[in-house]
Each structure stands twice: as structure tokens, then as C-alpha cells.
Write a protein that binds this ligand. Structure first.
Ligand SMILES: CSC[C@@H](O)[C@@H](O)C(=O)COP(=O)(O)O
Length: 389
């Protein structure tokens, strides 16, 4: 069985409810933009690319399931308003804003065509939204290929072990994954000794989701708590010696500063200290040239209860009872909590940004130049026609 976070067929959208993983595999139907907004806000679906695609498709199913005006300008106004609403669901990942901007352009162009009616504008929207699901998988396969090649080239000996953070796999994307796509590609090539994943407090995307994907795909893998990363980087055993830390991204600013899951920054610092390569894997939909540096990125803050409480099925010391769900307090009542969902890793700590057209490295001035990658992106050039940067 292939893990699918998003199922979209014939105007029907189902999302894998990631709040129930790893213990229950349950799909929720999304029937409208409002359903999509709540699924994203509640984190039943999450991960920068998946958020964008679910938002786009949630409006597509609403358009297909309801009677629409036959006037193109009315359907256009409806779509533009819903896209603005969807973008408010989560602020840090840029993929959603990028998708909304592109979809707006599609429907604006469609409405301008001679004889365009409401149905034509709606169809243009739905076709473009469905294409995003397809393109994301192709992009991720490109990221996997280039990332695996880069890591292999920069490592000694046969086979590598890598550490990753949060969840960037099939569950966070349309399929295959970004950083986890690189791990998948290394594994497929026979070049992976072992993947290590952090549990990724406070929301445990690592222990609940990445570990689930790694076990599901039978990739040799070990779970660590976030606080074990530096100790791991000191190990030099044949499987434990870490060749690279590979993470995903929610927004890469023009200078390469990268917002990603909270805890990424401290991993980059420890990588630099230990002389371990630190790589960001992201499709170009995550690169935002309009954001000049990490200082301009809005960091989402989430409820304190995500830090003070933990949810899961009852464990009696031997078995997990998946029919139960308990919420357990793990902090002193009354304590104040700070819960930023993301942090910003400065470009100076990043060795390469793995995109679907190749790995962007720093130039002689020690800075990333992401404009070349983005020029090709804006011209709509497909990964297969560009090759490595
Ligand atoms: C390919 S997913 C990249 C990032 O979105 C991922 O690393 C991450 O930070 C996800 O955060 P989440 O809060 O689970 O949506």
C-alpha cells in the first residue's frame, strides 16, 4: 500500500487524518474551502506542500459540488475571495500563498477569454488545482534524486546514514516527500545505511509520522528524541556516523534563510559544530524571493496545550489499545508556555538547498543566489528539461 495523504478523484477529496496517526488510518472527506481551512488549521493535514494542495483542492470540490453562476466575473470573484480566506489558515509555509497567487492568475486569465462563462472559469481553476497534485510528486522525485547524488558525492565510503527532523514525506506532500524523499532515494539506490529521525516536539511529527513512514516503507531507521541529536553526531560507528542532516522547509527567503519546524535551527548549529553537512530540501514553490531574509518571516505560534498535553491510546505496559484516546497532562498546571511552530535557520549554517532542478550551493561570496532557480520556475520549466544546476 502506498501512503497517500491526499486522495482526489472525480471531484471527491479525502485527507488522511494525521491527528490519528500512527495508531489509526482514517480518511476525512473535505467538501468545501471551509472544510479545507479547518483541516489545515487543526493539523489533520500538514506539511508545506500538502497544505497548499489540500487548500487548492478543497475549493475545487466546492466548485464542482455546487451550482455556480454562469457569469464569469461572479465565479472569478467567488474564487478570489475563497483563496484569500484559505491563505489565512496557517501563515508560515509559503507554498499556500504561492499556490493561491498562481491559481488567481489562472482564473483571471480564464475570465478574460472571449465567451468565458462561470463554468469555464471554474473548470480552469479545478484543472490547475488538480495539476498541482501531479506536479508536486514529480518535483519531489527530482529533489530525492539530486539530494541523494549530492550526499553520496560528498561522503566517504560505501553508504551513508542521515538524520532528519519533523515529517517531510508522503504525509507532508502529494507523495514521495522532500527531505524524506532524499532518504527514500538513497535507500532505493542501496546507498542508505540508516535514517535517524527526531521525535520533533511538541507535535511529534517525527515519532508519529516520519517513524510511521519509515516503518511502512521498511527503511532501516532509528528514532531519537530532539535532545539526543548532538550526542548522535559524536558517534563514529559504521551505521551511526551521520553524513548529513536533511530537513524540509516552510519558507526559504531570498538569501537562503530557512523557516522550518521548531528545532531545525539547533540541528544546524550542532551540524556546523560537528562538521556535518546540513541540507534543506524544498521544491521551488517553497522559495520566496519576495521575503528578503528570515527576519521577515512570520512564525506561527500554536496553543500552549500542544506543549503541556500529549494525546494517544492507552498503553497497559504490553499492548496499545487503539480503540482508546487519552489526553494526558505532562506539565505543571499553570505554567506559561511559548510554542512557536517554526524557527529560522540562517543561510550561513546551510550547505545546500536541494530543489527539483538541482542543489543550489553558495557562490564564492559565501551567499546563495536563488534567482536562477526561480527564473526557471517562473517560466514554468519542468525538472526533466533543466537538469542539475
Ligand atoms: C515537505 S514538508 C516541509 C515542512 O513543512 C516540514 O518540515 C514542517 O515544518 C511541517 O510543519 P507542520 O507544522 O507539521 O506543518
Amino acid at each position: 500500500m502506498v501512503l497517500e495523504a491526499i486522495r482526489y478523484h472525480d471531484g471527491n477529496l479525502q485527507i488522511l487524518n494525521q491527528l490519528k496517526l500512527p495508531h489509526q488510518v482514517e480518511y476525512d472527506e473535505v467538501r468545501s474551502a471551509e472544510d479545507g481551512w479547518h483541516a489545515i488549521k487543526d493539523m489533520r493535514t500538514r506539511g508545506a506542500p500538502a497544505i497548499a494542495i489540500v487548500a487548492a483542492l478543497s475549493l475545487a470540490v466546492e466548485l464542482q459540488g455546487n451550482a455556480l453562476s454562469n457569469k464569469s466575473d461572479e465565479v472569478l470573484a467567488f474564487i478570489l475571495e475563497k483563496l484569500d480566506y484559505l491563505v489565512t489558515s496557517r501563515p508560515t509555509a509559503v507554498n499556500l500563498a504561492d499556490a493561491a497567487r498562481k491559481l488567481k492568475k489562472v482564473v483571471e486569465n480564464s475570465a478574460k477569454r472571449d465567451g468565458a462563462d462561470g463554468a469555464a472559469v471554474s473548470k480552469a481553476y479545478c484543472d490547475a488545482a488538480a495539476q498541482m497534485l501531479i506536479d508536486d510528486v514529480a518535483d519531489n522525485e527530482g529533489i530525492g534524486k539530486y539530494g541523494a547524488e549530492w550526499i553520496t558525492k560528498h561522503s566517504e565510503g560505501q553508504g551513508v546514514s542521515v538524520l532528519t527532523h519533523c515529517n517531510t514525506g508522503s504525509l507532508a506532500t502529494a507523495g514521495y516527500g522532500t527531505a524524506l524523499g532524499v532518504i527514500r532515494s538513497l535507500h532505493t539506490n542501496g546507498s542508505l545505511k540508516r535514517a535517524f529521525c527526531t521525535e520533533t516536539r511538541p507535535y511529534n511529527q517525527g515519532s508519529r509520522l516520519t517513524a510511521f513512514e519509515l516503518v511502512h516503507d521498511m527503511i532501516p531507521a532509528t528514532l531519537i528524541t530532539d535532545s539526543m541529536a548532538s550526542a548522535l553526531l559524536r558517534l563514529k560507528g559504521p551505521s551511526e556516523k551521520i553524513a548529513a542532516i536533511v530537513v524540509g522547509a516552510d519558507r526559504v527567503a531570498a538569501n537562503g534563510d530557512t523557516a522550518n519546524k521548531i528545532g531545525t535551527y539547533q540541528l544546524a548549529i550542532t551540524a556546523k559544530y560537528h562538521g556535518v553537512k546540513f541540507l534543506v530540501a524544498a521544491p521551488r514553490t517553497t522559495i520566496d524571493l519576495d521575503t528578503k531574509s528570515g527576519d521577515d518571516i512570520v512564525i506561527e505560534e500554536r496553543p500552549g496545550r500542544e506543549v503541556t498535553m500529549i494525546k494517544g491510546p492507552r498503553f497497559d505496559g504490553v499492548d496499545v489499545d487503539v480503540s482508546t484516546t487519552e489526553i494526558v497532562s505532562i506539565a505543571a498546571n499553570g505554567i506559561d508556555v511559548w510554542n512557536p511552530a517554526f524557527d529560522v535557520t540562517p543561510a550561513s549554517l546551510i550547505d545546500g538547498i536541494i530543489t527539483e532542478i538541482g542543489v543550489v550551493e553558495k557562490g564564492g561570496d559565501g551567499k546563495f543566489d536563488l534567482t536562477l532557480a526561480m527564473e526557471a520556475h517562473n517560466e514554468g520549466i519542468k525538472p526533466t528539461t533543466v537538469g542539475g544546476l
